[in-house]
Design a protein around this ligand. Structure first.
Ligand code: NAP
Ligand code: MG
Length: 502
């Protein structure tokens, strides 16, 4: 189904489709679905209404060992990396096409599983993941190595080789897309992959494994291990995993580095949390547009965004005018059933995350002034919904203004000078993204240079949804970059080959 068709569907169409949806919950190891060796399963709960969607295999040590062993066999035999680049490209292009052909099914799974609006899963998550696969497929037969300068008696080649077994451990906020950002470049580089989705959102990862096989990815090259954090830990401690690519919280990222140190010093790449500052200077040319972007920066995807613009820094002179517009813009994000294509804010991923966010809102009531929202809504649905919430925070040191909430909660901080804004913006353990709104070109350059963040937006927020820009963080927002050709660096080893001619 193409995007136009998806858009023309209404709530009832999606509910009907849900009624006949067959959901796979088993692990995918060595080219086949199977239960966890222990037989253990857990309930996959939809945050839309609290209903159980499926029973999911809870993978443990035996499954991790089986997946890593078959991934290693496939790698050693060269069934994937040994194919000619053009062949691997064709296979991955077919996989991307199959994701597009199954777009409505994948989008429905993602919406049911994670509570994300169907309007987004049909336009961002699924086509974005397919595009990522296609983009890295296209890179396969374009990448080459170097012939380095060397003494005359030598030829010196610098090449990149697949690293081996890449384990990808990913979060629940963009389950398919975050996974694709890892497995697409890892597979493009010729590696075998073991993917561990979050227990809160395993369904699309499990489904696309079958599509991988159909597209021609050989058995053992792409494996999916649903399960709890323990499965991620076992992968991070495994002596035969060569690289662990992680997206998730800073706390777990720190543990993963330790696991690598305790085991085989596998390469560890971390995309972690954020508390990104969105700075509106007094010379912002269009407060209306900036207010809409500020609302979207924190309320899109229920605020479950690593790049969420969760700290809004506003110049005192324009604060009142700006807040008026922001409060109007926030109303667009009234929570609704995510299966309704007109809904722009869906459900929080699960009860635990909802309670965590509500806990921060309670803390905020003591340290700041609530401007709007603050409550759980749609309780009668059985699902987990929170209103868009905005606090005016008098002290940038307040907990809600420092810690990542990962929900629809915005802290507004007032400043008087540009230097003060930069100081507050950089006074964070995180450095994932930042934005500045100004009509002065010099100010735009100077502020963006001063901001310690992996991505800086000027007069926009969250732009650049294509694959061309490296994505990742400074400081405790992580290391390494997803997206762009730079992502391939994470999944390859550099080799120098020196050939003596005489
Ligand atoms: P999380 O709790 O750190 O979990 C991430 C993944 O790690 C999940 O698959 C989780 O499995 C697994 N895991 C949990 N404990 C583990 C352990 N001890 N060892 C190995 N793996 C373990 O993060 P989350 O709550 O899913 O996601 C939210 C976080 O992700 C936020 O901090 C957000 O900023 C960050 N994020 C960052 C980016 C980025 O690109 N920078 C993008 C999206 C999200 P279970 O879920 O099954 O426990
Ligand atoms: Mg779920």
């Amino acid at each position: 189904m193409d995007i136009m068709e998806a858009k023309s569907k209404d709530l009832n169409d999606w509910l009907q489709r849900r009624a006949t949806l067959r959901i796979e919950g088993r692990a995918f190891i060595d080219g086949a679905y199977r239960d966890a060796a222990s037989g253990k399963r857990f309930d996959c709960i939809s945050p839309i209404d609290g209903a159980s969607l499926a029973q999911i295999a809870e993978c443990g040590e035996a499954d991790v060992n089986a997946a890593v062993a078959c991934a290693r066999r496939a790698f050693d035999r060269g069934v994937w990396r040994g194919l000619n680049p053009r062949q691997r490209k064709a296979v991955m292009l077919r996989w991307g096409a199959l994701m597009r052909a199954h777009q409505d099914e994948l989008a429905l799974l993602e919406t049911l599983d994670a509570g994300k609006p169907i309007a987004d899963t049909t336009t961002v998550d699924v086509p974005g993941a397919a595009y990522c696969v296609e983009w890295f497929a296209e890179a396969i037969d374009k990448a080459g190595g170097e012939v380095a300068a060397a003494d005359h008696h030598l030829v010196g080649l610098v090449t990149r080789e697949a690293i081996g077994i890449v384990a990808a451990v990913v979060p629940w906020n963009f389950p398919l897309l975050m996974a694709a950002w890892k497995f697409a470049p890892a597979l493009a580089a010729g590696n075998s992959v073991v993917l561990k989705p979050s227990e809160k959102s395993p369904l699309t990862a499990i489904r696309i494994a079958q599509l991988a096989l159909e597209s021609g990815i050989p058995a053992g090259v792409f494996n999916v291990l649903p399960g709890a954090g323990e499965a991620g830990k076992l992968l991070a401690l495994h002596h035969d995993v060569d690289c662990l690519a992680f997206t998730g919280s800073t706390n777990v990222g720190k543990q993963i580095m330790q696991y690598a140190g305790q085991s085989n010093l596998k390469r560890v790449w971390l995309e972690l949390g954020g508390k990104s500052p969105n700075i509106v200077l007094a010379d912002c040319a269009d407060l209306g547009r900036a207010a809409q972007a500020a609302a979207s920066a924190i309320f899109y995807n229920m605020g479950e965004m690593c790049t969420a613009g969760s700290r809004l820094l506003v110049h005192r002179d324009i604060k009142d005018a700006f807040l008026d517009k922001l409060l109007v813009a926030a109303r667009k994000y009234s929570p609704g059933n995510p299966l309704d294509p007109t809904t722009s804010m869906g459900a929080i991923v699960d009860q635990a995350q909802m309670e965590r966010v509500l806990g921060y809102i309670d803390a905020g009531r003591d340290e700041a002034r609530l401007l709007t929202g603050g409550a759980r809504v749609k309780r009668e649905s059985g699902g987990f919904y929170i209103e868009p919430t905005i606090f005016d925070v008098p002290d940038a040191q307040a907990r809600i203004a420092r810690e990542e909430i990962f929900g629809p909660v915005l802290s507004v901080i007032t400043f008087d000078t540009i230097d003060e804004a930069i100081r507050i913006a950089n006074d964070s353990e995180y450095g994932l993204a930042a934005a500045v709104w100004t009509s002065n070109l010099t100010t735009a350059h100077e502020v963006s240079r001063a901001l310690r963040a992996g991505t800086v937006w000027v007069n926009c927020y969250d732009e650049g949804g294509d694959m061309n820009f490296p994505f990742g963080g400074y400081k405790q927002s992580g290391n390494g970059r997803d997206k762009s050709l730079h992502a391939l660096e994470k999944y390859t080893e550099l080799k120098s080959t020196l050939i003596r001619l005489r």
